[in-house]
Design a protein around this ligand. Sequence first.
Ligand SMILES: NC(=O)c1ccc[n+]([C@@H]2O[C@H](COP(=O)([O-])OP(=O)(O)OC[C@H]3O[C@@H](n4cnc5c(N)ncnc54)[C@H](OP(=O)(O)O)[C@@H]3O)[C@@H](O)[C@H]2O)c1
Length: 418
Amino acid sequence: MPLETADITKLSVEPGELPASMAAWVIRKEREGEPIDAFQIEEVDVPEPGPFEVTVRVMAAGVNYNNVWAAMGKPVSVFDYGDHPEFGHHIGGSDASGIVWKVGQGVTRWQHGDEVVIHCNQASYEDVEVHGLDPLAAPSQRIWGYETTWGSFAQFTRVQAQQLLRKPPALSWDEAASYGLVYFTAYRMLIDRCALKAGDRVLVWGAAGGLGVFATQLAAAAGAQSVGVVSSPEKGALVEQLGATGWIDRSEFAGMMRTGTETPEEERARQDEARRFSKRVQEILGAAPDIVFEHVGKATFPTSVFVVKPFGKVVICAGTSGYDVDFDVRYLWMRQKEIIGSHFANAYECQRANELIEQHLIRPVLWRTFGFDGVAEAHQLMKENRHLGKIAILVGAPLEGAGRTAEGPGAIRAEVGI
Ligand SMILES: NC(=O)c1ccc[n+]([C@@H]2O[C@H](COP(=O)([O-])OP(=O)(O)OC[C@H]3O[C@@H](n4cnc5c(N)ncnc54)[C@H](OP(=O)(O)O)[C@@H]3O)[C@@H](O)[C@H]2O)c1
C-alpha cells in the first residue's frame, strides 16, 4: 500500500524516545533492477540502538552511486551479505545529516539533540585491525547503507557512535548531507594514499562528478595543479570554478576508451588516441601528472597508466565502466609507476576532512535537493549520468536551506545539468 509521505517532517516523539515505525525507501531482492522500480516506500520498524550505537533522526540524506549498484543487484546482490539476511530488506543511503535521537549503552561522546553528519565506515570494535592497523582492513568492515541495511533513506538510521561527526554549522541540512562519502574517499585517495603536496600535477577523471569535485578542490587547496576530464563545456566551467588549471572534454578523445574487444589494429589506434590525450594533458599541466585520480576503470585505466609520469601514482577506488581492467604492463614496470587501491576512509581521516569543510576551505557542491519522494528518481538520474555534482534528499528537514546555525558561504551550486 503506498505510504503517505506528506508528514515526513513531523514526529510525535521527543529525543530519547523512538516511534514504533517509520517511512523508508526499501529495495527488496525481488525488485532488483532499474533504480526507478527497485526503490519503493514502505513502513518499517524503527531500529533501537545497540551498545556503542546511536539512532539518528535523519534530516537529510545524500545520494551516491553505491545505491545504483544496490538497486541493480550488480556486480553482486547486497542481499547476499552484511546484515541483509537478518532483516530481509535494504534501506540504502550512505550519507546523512541529522539529530542524535537515542544513544545506546556505552556512548558518552554524544547526547540527544546533537547535530551531526554521518560517515559511512563500520567495523567491529573487536577486530584487532581497528586498534592497530586501519578499520578499513578489518574483516568486519562494511559501508553503512550499502553493505548494511538501516541507511539514511528513512526517518531514522542506526549507526555506530564512531560514525558521527559534528555538523558544520554554516551548512543547511541538505548541504551537510551531500558530501561525506565522496569527499572522504577523495581525501584518503589524495592526502593519505598519495601524499598530495604543493606543486603536484593531478589528472582527475569525472572531475564534475561526486568524487571529482572534491579531488579538484583538494588539489587546489594543497597548491597542486589539476586537469579535469569531463563530458561537456558546462561541466568544464564548473571544474574551473573549483580551482582546476584546465579541463578536457572526453568526447574529443572517444577513441581512447578501452572496451576490451579491440582487434590488434583497433588497439593500436586506441593507443594513438591515448598519446594525443597525454599530449593535451601535458600542455595544460606543463608536464605529465604525478597522480591520476581513477574510478572509471576499464575504459580509462590503460590511459591512466600510460599518462602518469615515471614513478607516478594511479590511485583507484572504483570501476564504473568495468572492473575487469587490462592494460599494457610495460608502461608500469619500465617507468616504475605505482597503482594504489583505496576504499572510503577511516574515522580520523573523515574528521580531519570535515574540519576543512568547517573552515570553508572545501565546500560541498550541490546540484539539486529533492523531497523525500525523489529517492528513486535521483538514483535513476545518476545511473544515466544526467546529474552534476551531488543530489540531497530532504527527510526531516522541512525546506531546502533549513538548518544553518552560523554564517558561511554554504555549498557551491552546480547550476547546469539536464
Ligand atoms: N571505493 C569507494 O570508497 C568509493 C567511494 C565513492 C565512489 N565510489 C565509486 O566511484 C564511482 C564514481 O562515483 P561518483 O560519485 O564520482 O559518481 P558520479 O557522480 O556519477 O561521477 C562519475 C563521473 O565519471 C565520469 N564517467 C562516467 N562514465 C565514464 C566513462 N565511461 N568514461 C569516462 N568518464 C566517465 C562522468 O563524468 P563525465 O561524463 O563528465 O566525464 C561522471 O560524472 C562509482 O562507481 C562509485 O560507486 C567508490
